[in-house]
Design a protein around this ligand. Sequence first.
Ligand code: TYM
Length: 381
Amino acid sequence: MASNVSITPWEAEAFVDYDKLIKVFGTKPLTDEDLKLVESIVGEVHFMLRRKVFYSHRDFDEFLRRYARGERVALYTGRGPSSHTHLGHILPWIFTKWLQDKLGLELFFQLTDDEKFWHEHRYKLEETNSMAYENALDIIALGFDPKKTHLIIDSEDIRYLYPIAIRVARKITVSTNKAVFGFTDSTNIGMMFYPSLQIAVCFLPSELYGEPTMVLIPAGIDQDPYWRIARDIAPSLGYPKPAQIHNKLLPGLGVGGKMSSSKPETAIYTVDDIETAKRKIMKAYTGGQPTAELQRKLGGNPDSCPVFKMMEMLLVEDDAFVRKHYERCRSGQILCGECKTIVAELVAKFLEEHKRRREQARDLLPRFLLRNKFDPPPIKR
Ligand code: TYM
C-alpha cells in the first residue's frame, strides 16, 4: 500500500496528487457538507478547513456527531523528535489547538523518542529523548490548555502504553507491517514493533476514562498508514475506531518535497534566529518566471510556490488578503522578491511571538506531562 506511493511516514513529497492519495489510502474527501456540520457545531470554520489544507478524513463527521450528542471523545496527535520543530510540524498543531479551544477537548500528544532512535541510526537515545523535551516547548508555546493536554514521552511513559500495545501487537503480522510501511527483512525489530505504540495511543483515552472514547487525529496524510491498521483492529479489541482528519504537507523552500528536517536549509525551525529564517525565505525556490520581464508578462504560479503556500496554508487567516495576493502573482503584478519580503516579515512576526512563549514554556512543562496527572491504566478491564 504505502510502499508504492510517494508518501509513507518517513518519506513524503509535498506537491503530490492529493486526490489520488484519497483513493489509494481509501479516505474520504472533506466536503462542503462536512464544513457545514463543523459550522453548525463549532460556530465557525477554521481557515485550514476553508482552504482544504485539511482535506481528507475518516469519520470526522461521526466524531463531531458523537461530540454533539455529549459522548466522550478526545483528540490525539504526535511528533517524532528527530530534530527541532519546523513550521510544517506546527501546521496540524495550530488546527488541533483550535479544536481544543472550540470544543473543550482533552488532547493526548505522543512524543516518539523511541521511534526516532530506532529509525535514525545517527542518534543516541538520550538525544531523541532530549529533543522530545525541546519539541514539547513548541507544543506548549502554541497555547494548548495544560489541564487538558497530556504529553506522553514513549521511553519514559511506556507503562501507560504497554498494556495496550501488547494487545495491539498480537493483531499485526509481519506481512501486514511490510505491506503497509514498506518494511523489509533488514528493518530492525524496534521499528517492526513501533506501530503498536503509535496505535496504542488511539485507545489510551478509552482505558484512562474507563469508557469507549473515540479519538480524532489531526495529522499529516503521511501518518495515515498507522490509522488504517488501528481502524482494522479496533473492533476486535473492543475500542471505537479512531477518526482522522488529514492535512496536506507544507512544502519545503527548495524544489519539490515537503518541509522536512532532512533538508534543513529548506525548513524554517522555531529555533532559527529571525535573520536566518528571513534569509532562508529570500533564497527560496518560487513559482516565478526566470526573469522579472517574463514574470510581468506571464505571471507566476502560486500553486507550485512554497513561499505562497506558507502564507496560504499557515500564516494568514484573512481570505481576502490571500486571494488578492494569489491574483497579483498570477497576473504578474507582484514579483518574487516583493512577495518573499512580505512572507519573511510574516514569518518573523510569528517566530518572535513563538520564541517569547517558548521560553515561558519551560516552567509550564510539568503541568503538561501525562505522568503527573493520570495513573497508568490497569491491565484488567
Ligand atoms: P513527525 O514528527 O514526522 O510529524 C509531526 C506532525 O507534523 C506533520 N508534518 C507536516 N505537516 C505539514 N507539513 C509538513 N511539511 C509536515 N511534516 C510533518 C506530520 O504529519 C505529523 O502530524 N510518527 C510520528 C509521531 C506521532 C504522531 C502520532 C504524529 C506519534 N503519534 C499521532 C501524528 C499523530 C512522526 O514521526 O511525526
